[in-house]
Design a protein around this ligand. Structure first.
Ligand code: NDP
Length: 279
């Protein structure tokens, strides 16, 4: 996919920008939302060279583009580029949704809300007072921490290969709940109600090095990654007896619906879109 800008002057133009980006389901999701809500738009996936992100966003805006979704590896760069940020985007230093208004670039992050909507609305998972284990301390974990804390879990444990990153997050969010950081090996003898795999290991077909005792029969295990055939983490969790195993497709559609709401003022119905993508 080239990074040239080819906008359709007859409709509003949007795009997801990343590198790589050809795997992205966002064009399909936004087209389905547009069809459902009767809004005309053109939504493309644009692969932007790693050193050309800022210039691309400014050109897209100057040529009349209305908004952008941002994916790996540009979410932090997008955060620095924006003239104005929502509180939640400021807090996690990440932006996945941009819109252009009053000659300014505005940014928000909808990833965290996307996860919470999927867990609570789509899957009726109760987080209140529950124990939560988060594996990983990268960009996506930063984005989900605050909305998770708002659900008032009993405790959150963040385990990461680079423990200092988990410690930084636990410290940063310490006023928002009972959050501790640890290494994977320190998880022995602990079990959790909700486990969230926020590492990128599933992508490589690998598991985080954790004891199976972290899972109990009532555990719900959620992999932020999604896959048509189920991720390796989901398969492992099911083998350990977890009562629910879920992937991140619902989160993907829910974060897109929140972006759609920002851009168009209408919240689309996500359920038929998730169903269609699964089929
Ligand atoms: P980052 O690159 O920011 O973070 C990667 C994390 O994985 C870090 O915690 C890193 O640990 C850990 N990790 C990577 N390799 C290893 C390894 N070999 N052993 C142990 N730990 C490892 O990635 P993101 O946070 O952006 O993405 C994480 C996952 O979330 C991806 O699978 C992505 O597809 C998914 N995602 C899904 C979304 C959705 O809508 N469903 C939205 C966003 C992300 P360390 O700090 O030690 O390097």
């Amino acid at each position: 996919m080239a990074s040239s800008i080819n906008l359709d002057s007859t409709v509003s133009n949007y795009a997801v920008v990343g590198n790589p980006v050809k795997h992205s389901k966002s064009p399909q999701i936004h087209s389905l939302f547009a069809k459902q809500t009767g809004i005309s738009l053109n939504y493309q996936a644009i692969e932007v060279p790693l050193d050309n992100f800022n210039e691309y966003v400014k050109s897209f805006s100057s040529q009349g583009g209305k908004g952008l979704n941002i994916t790996v590896p540009f979410k932090e760069e997008a955060n620095s580029l924006c003239d104005s940020l929502t509180q939640r985007a400021k807090l996690c230093a990440s932006v996945n949704t941009i819109w252009f208004e009053d000659n300014k670039i505005h940014g928000d992050t909808t990833d965290g809300k996307g996860l919470i909507n999927d867990l609570i609305i789509n899957h009726a998972i109760d987080i209140n007072n529950k124990s939560v284990l988060i594996l990983g301390a990268g960009g996506s974990v930063k984005a989900i921490l605050e909305p998770l804390c708002e659900q008032k879990p009993g405790k959150i444990v963040i385990a990461n290969r680079t423990v200092s990153r988990a410690e930084e997050l636990a410290e940063k969010y310490s006023d928002k709940g009972n959050i501790v950081a640890c290494s994977y090996s320190e998880l022995v003898n602990q079990s959790f109600d909700l486990l969230i795999n926020g590492t990128s290991l599933s992508l490589a077909g690998e598991l985080p090095p954790i004891a199976e005792t972290v899972i109990k029969n009532e555990s719900c295990c959620y992999d932020l990654m999604y896959s048509d055939t189920g991720t390796i983490f989901m398969k492992w969790a099911a083998e350990q007896g977890a009562s629910k195993v879920l992937d991140g497709l619902g989160m993907l559609v829910e974060q897109a619906a929140e972006a759609f709401l920002i851009w168009h003022g209408i919240k689309p119905d996500t359920v038929p879109v998730i169903k269609l993508l699964r089929s």
